[in-house]
Design a protein around this ligand. Structure first.
Ligand SMILES: Nc1ncnc2c1ncn2[C@@H]1O[C@H](COP(=O)(O)OP(=O)(O)OP(=O)(O)O)[C@@H](O)[C@H]1O
Length: 333
């Protein structure tokens, strides 16, 4: 459904060149639900904007639903729905009217546009608010209305750019559930960008991790994580207990062990199965731990392993590239 070949986009602003997307090769099959995951400034939105014909590639290319994003822009646009980061619906309009207008803009008759609007209102749980002005809707309701607008013409592919950014955890979970249901019911191809680890983990069958404009990993969240092993943290009442534990944990096959004072952290494949015997062994040696924690790896651990940085922290601290954001509009124009 989507194929990119060495897709590249650079921006030049204030005499600085930013390589936003660098030689992206990607294949997405019909019906896949894919999350492009990466920190702020990784190149996710730029990728989406090229795939949706809003931005021309500097080099390389892409085909969406069989159409070239440069040579067949109108055909691509007919095949896709795109929900950008900003809210699309007019603030002073009523939600239902916005959906009907959108349907009309896509060439539906008034009757079909109304029927489609009602269908989407039901599908996206907007029944109680569709007659309200858009400005009065909550963030989550607005995002759901935006998604409904992107679906009016029954696109084959739906692109969602950071659909849940700015929503509180409850609304985020609600939106994720809607997207999952939509995917299960329609079998549409859905590509979304996110910098929420939990979102990519919970939602996508496939996670494409992007950093500095490149794909650095591409697999299911389960497989990305299972390669890393579990993290066992043992706390002791004194340093000597931790020293003994570090020595014994290091004997476990493939264990990567670090000690920080009276705390020992071991990363071990199948750590959840091995921890019982390790604790039993330490107990017998007179060094029972006072705290035991076994954590399954997260996507943040995957990102850390791949880049040496935590994605959580990368999101919090803007990169030098992000500082170009002030000049985005000028450069885009
Ligand atoms: N129009 C533009 N002009 C100049 N630089 C740009 C422009 N658009 C994007 N960039 C730069 O390209 C890089 C990638 O930006 P992009 O918006 O694609 O990242 P992102 O992964 O979507 O980040 P976010 O999660 O913050 O939306 C950033 O360094 C950004 O500053």
């Amino acid at each position: 459904m989507i194929v990119t070949e060495a897709l590249t986009r650079t921006f030049t602003s204030r005499k600085q060149t930013v390589e936003a997307v660098r030689g992206l090769d990607l294949e997405i099959r019909r019906g896949e639900l894919v999350a492009l995951l990466g920190p702020n400034g990784a190149g996710k939105s730029t990728t989406l904007r090229m795939l949706t014909t809003l931005l021309a590639p500097t080099s390389g290319g892409a085909r969406v639903a069989g159409f070239d994003v440069v040579d067949a822009q109108a055909a691509v646009r007919g095949a896709i729905g795109y929900v950008g980061q900003g809210n699309g619906a007019g603030h002073q309009q009523h939600g239902r009217d916005e959906l009907v207008s959108q349907g009309r803009a896509h060439g539906l008759s008034r009757r079909d546009a109304r029927a489609r609007a009602d269908e989407l209102i039901a599908d996206l749980g907007l029944a109680s608010v569709s007659d309200r002005k858009v400005a009065t809707l909550s963030g989550g309701q607005r995002r759901r209305l935006d998604i409904a607008m992107g679906l009016v013409h029954r696109p084959e592919v739906l692109f969602l750019d950071e659909p849940s950014t700015g929503l509180d955890p409850q609304n985020r979970a609600n939106l994720q559930a809607q997207v999952e249901r939509l995917h299960a019911e329609t079998g549409n191809t859905i590509v979304l960008t996110t910098h929420y680890l939990e979102e990519a983990d919970a939602l996508a069958e496939r996670v494409v991790v992007i950093d500095h404009g490149r794909v650095i990993a591409d697999d299911s969240a389960y497989r990305l994580k299972s390669g890393l092993g579990d993290r066992i943290t043992l706390a002791f009442a004194d340093v000597s207990g931790a020293e003994v534990a570090a020595t014994r944990a290091a004997r476990l096959p493939g264990a990567d062990v670090t000690r920080d004072g009276s705390r020992v952290v071991a990363r071990i494949a199948h750590g959840n199965e091995l921890v019982g015997a390790l604790v039993h062994d330490l107990h017998g040696a007179g060094h029972a731990p006072v705290g035991i924690e076994v954590a399954r790896p997260t996507l943040d651990d995957v990102f850390l392993e791949l880049t040496g940085r935590s994605l959580r922290e990368a999101n919090e601290s803007p990169t030098a590239q992000d500082e170009n954001d002030d000049s985005r509009e000028g450069a885009a124009a």
